[in-house]
Design a binder for this molecule. Structure first.
Ligand code: THU
Length: 136
């Protein structure tokens, strides 16, 4: 069952803490794991611009730090004040490492859902290091 409402609330709360003073573009992300836990994160920018990172990456870092592993991500919400804040290319690859092709990624503005895409739709033909992981 979808936990969209809980994920949207968690992503919004994380977004409120975004350190986005250079772009002015605050993003929040929340991940649901298969054991029912939610991990959220925001983007964290830096005066040395390339050193900043995305909200999805923060949320993944929180999940992995708590013991999350590949296959654990079952639902994702991203929220920003934008028409369609789809995850960047790097975050798609990072999410793919811990999700499955069918994992829904709900792309939201600050009011609610704009579009749901699966990870396979966001990142077809993702990079896989080991052939045995290809159909995971
Ligand atoms: N950003 C995210 O946090 N997630 C996305 O899905 C797209 C972009 C951040 C990176 C940067 O801090 C700001 O948004 C503007 O690019």
């Amino acid at each position: 069952m979808s936990r969209f409402d809980d994920l949207f609330a968690a992503a919004g709360a994380a977004r409120a803490n975004a350190h986005a003073c250079y772009s002015g573009f605050a993003v929040g992300a929340a991940i649901l794991t298969r054991d029912g836990n939610i991990f959220a994160g925001c983007n964290v920018e830096n005066a040395s611009f390339p050193e900043g990172w995305c909200a999805e990456t923060s949320a993944l870092g929180a999940m992995v730090s708590a013991g999350g592993r590949p296959g654990d991500v079952v639902e994702v919400v991203v929220t920003a004040d934008a028409v369609l804040c789809t995850p960047c290319g790097g975050c798609r690859q990072r999410l793919a490492e811990f999700a499955s092709d069918e994992t829904p990624v709900h792309v939201c503005d600050t009011k609610g859902l704009r579009q749901t895409l699966t990870l396979a739709e966001l990142l077809p033909a993702r990079f896989v290091l080991k052939d045995e992981d290809r159909n995971r």
